[in-house]
Ligand binder design. Structure first.
Ligand code: NAG
Ligand code: NAG
Ligand code: NAG
Ligand code: NAG
Ligand code: NAG
Ligand code: NAG
Ligand code: NAG
Length: 330
């Protein structure tokens, strides 16, 4: 850190109220708990989906009731993300998408449950810095999509389609109510997992909140409901890590962008995310990548948005790491 940055951080520590979530002894709890909301607010009208969210799902997220005597098979579904023009690269880099399948023995009907971004991954990872709006605009909502059908070919051909357990009808119905509640209270997508280092005993500062975390929350819930899950193969999931020293709390939008006292922090955040904006020409993108490198690697700085609040990360090598690693079934 330069002296100016050190001074800035010290000033921040003095003037800012403490983080919203403190452990009982008053110390910061790590990882910072993902904030749950009472209900999902409407998305910012600025956010426009290029592809509609959950086009074949029920508009109100309704899930059919199953009879208790029914047997519901549970499937682990995984396939590479084929996002935009990156195509094959995403598959090769093991950027995988995870979902859960259910099929009813009685009716033969089957269903897919997945959790993903309302406005695509780029919009959940980087905000839009607009000249006319002070705070960066985040289109970062994520939600559950439950729809009829399992596209066997899509999952089985380049990924995984494996039966991992069975539920009774009433266990399924309880899981459906949990899913709807989880969907209403966990409203935003978080791409990054932030850790202190790559060692086994690293401190996790922030956990991601994405499709694979959803699948694991659901597996834990199914287990809690009495379902036994087992897989023949390893269950690996994509994680995108950032590495940093202990994060510094900065504040929410109104604290940072509504107060002249924090105008330097506000400017630093705008400048930082200005470098990452989505939709750029190749020349702009090359210039942006250079600035990203400068900020993250040379200035060792990253501004994380978590729970709709900003944190400063003092980045350290290896800075960023994409991993495809095992998260065993519960
Ligand atoms: C990201 O959000 C912007 C702003 O609403 C929108 O124009 C764009 O279509 C979104 N991108 C995708 C891939 O949905
Ligand atoms: C989850 O929330 C989204 C956004 O409001 C909604 O479109 C979807 O139907 C909901 N899904 C479930 C399963 O409740
Ligand atoms: C789901 O249902 C479709 C249509 O009946 C069928 O083709 C497919 O094999 C089923 N998949 C699973 C995993 O049950
Ligand atoms: C599987 O991968 C191949 C090439 O990598 C691609 O052409 C094909 O469309 C993929 N299949 C599915 C169902 O996504
Ligand atoms: C991690 O912590 C455990 C228990 O404190 C210790 O036995 C182990 O050696 C540590 N491992 C590393 C890689 O530091
Ligand atoms: C933003 O932070 C301030 C100060 O910590 C707090 O009073 C305010 O309620 C927060 N606003 C929102 C929308 O969370
Ligand atoms: C799955 O994860 C394990 C442990 O995290 C790793 O050793 C293995 O190579 C991974 N498998 C693949 C296909 O990447």
């Amino acid at each position: 850190m330069t002296r100016a940055q050190t001074l800035l951080v010290l000033t921040l520590l003095l003037v800012l109220p403490g983080p919203a979530l403190l452990a009982h002894d008053g110390r910061q709890q790590w990882p910072v708990p993902y904030r749950r909301f009472d209900r999902r607010p409407p998305a910012d009208p600025y956010c426009e989906a290029l592809y509609p969210f959950c086009p074949t799902g029920d508009r109100d997220g309704r899930i059919p009731d199953m009879r208790d005597g029914d047997v519901i098979s549970v499937y682990r579904l995984q396939a590479p993300v084929w996002e935009f023009k990156y195509g094959d690269v995403m598959g090769k880099a093991h950027i995988m998408h995870d979902a859960i399948g259910f099929s009813s023995l009685e009716s033969g009907a089957n269903f897919t449950a997945e959790w993903y971004e309302l406005f695509q991954l780029g919009n959940c990872t980087f905000p839009h810095v607009r000249p006319e709006v002070r705070a960066p605009s985040w289109c970062n909502q994520g939600a559950a999509c439950f729809y009829q059908g399992i596209d066997d070919a899509h999952w089985a051909q380049n990924g995984t389609l494996e039966k991992i357990g069975e539920l009774t009808g009433s266990q399924f119905n309880a899981a459906a109510r949990w899913l709807q509640d989880d969907n209403a209270t966990g409203i935003y997508y978080e791409t990054w997992t932030v850790r202190s280092d790559r060692g086994a005993n690293a401190t996790v500062w922030f956990e991601s909140y994405d499709c694979s975390q959803f699948v694991h929350r659901a597996y834990r819930k199914l287990t809690e409901l009495g379902c036994k899950l087992s897989s023949r193969s390893q269950t690996n999931y994509t994680k995108i890590y950032l590495y940093s020293g202990e994060p510094t709390y900065l504040g929410n939008d109104s604290a940072i962008f509504g107060q002249p006292a924090l105008k330097n922090v506000a400017a630093a955040i705008r400048d930082f995310y200005g470098a990452f904006r989505p939709h750029q020409s190749p020349a702009e993108l090359a210039a942006s990548l250079l600035r990203v490198y400068e900020k993250v690697v040379l200035e060792k700085s990253f501004y994380l948005y978590y729970n709709f609040e900003y944190w400063h990360l003092a980045m350290k090598p290896p800075y960023l790491h994409l991993s495809y690693e095992e998260m065993p079934l519960p």
